[in-house]
Design a protein around this ligand. Structure first.
Ligand code: ADP
Ligand code: ADP
Length: 231
């Protein structure tokens, strides 16, 4: 079953062609890692899927529903896409508690406080941070902060979770723990994940399939075995 479909995607920043005619199918429930050198367009691709950037051409469908299409003149805003994301540049809010950081997507949707309390507790228990509700980001370790960001992304029960270098600021041990956590969450919640990394070893350890990107295009897609064990 296909969760998301990308066809002929193009995104330019002035003269820079960040995405240059990209096609990709993402399977339901899989963890797909996107690897490639710095500047090849990985973050831009996630931003286009999330709706944070408007592509110049092509089509993006999620669960058979168009969220972007130049031909049909369709562009759905991020909050209409049921996508969760953890991007490095969308950090936690320093002046909000852990509870309020995680609750934020529900607050802006004017959910009632009982539902919010339940859902925040559920999300914090998934990332194993129950009991930290009243703390502030600066009181937490880097790994805990990233788990808070993950809880905030999971609270809307997204169909699709986008992770942009979510482990890059962590030390080796913590990175390994978080890989395991993310894998567990993917299985427990039956969630589809697209994960961007420049670290091919991280991708091999964590993903069902790997897409190799270069200069705004995909040059290879396959399982870690297909890509790295049979040259
Ligand atoms: P990656 O995530 O693989 O490092 P990016 O998607 O961040 O690559 O960038 C792809 C290309 O688009 C790069 O050449 C980058 O300089 C350019 N780019 C990305 N974002 C912007 C922006 N907001 N304005 C101008 N150029 C950008
Ligand atoms: P409030 O004044 O309601 O406490 P903030 O001062 O935290 O809200 O944020 C003001 C606005 O800035 C928010 O409504 C939000 O749109 C935007 N914003 C701030 N930080 C972030 C972030 N990390 N991610 C996304 N949006 C943010």
């Amino acid at each position: 079953i296909i969760q998301a479909q990308i066809r002929g995607l193009v995104k330019k920043y002035g003269k820079v062609v960040a995405i240059n005619g990209l096609d990709l199918d993402i399977n339901k429930g899989e963890m797909l890692s996107i690897v490639g050198p710095s500047g090849c367009g990985k973050s831009t691709l996630l931003s286009c899927i999330a709706g944070l950037e408007k592509p110049n051409d092509g089509e993006i469908a999620i669960d058979d529903e168009l969220v972007f299409s130049t031909d049909r003149n369709c562009f759905k805003s991020p909050d209409k896409r049921q996508i969760g994301f953890v991007f490095q540049n969308y950090a936690l809010w320093p002046h909000k508690s852990v509870f309020e950081n995680v609750a934020y997507p529900l607050r802006i949707r004017k959910k009632c406080k009982y539902l919010i309390k339940n859902e925040v507790e559920r999300a914090l228990s998934i990332v194993r941070l129950l009991g930290k509700e009243r703390q502030y980001p600066y009181e937490l370790s880097g790994g805990q902060q990233q788990r808070v960001a993950l809880a905030r992304a999971l609270i809307m029960k997204p169909k699709l979770l986008l992770l942009d270098e979510p482990l890059s600021n962590l030390d080796a041990k913590l990175r390994e723990d978080m890989q395991y956590e993310i894998k567990r969450i993917q299985k427990d919640m039956e969630i589809t994940i697209i994960h961007v990394t420049h670290d091919q070893y991280e991708a091999m350890g964590i993903s069902d399939r790997i897409a190799v990107m270069n200069r705004g295009k995909l040059i290879q897609v396959g399982t870690p075995k297909e890509l790295y064990e049979h040259p």
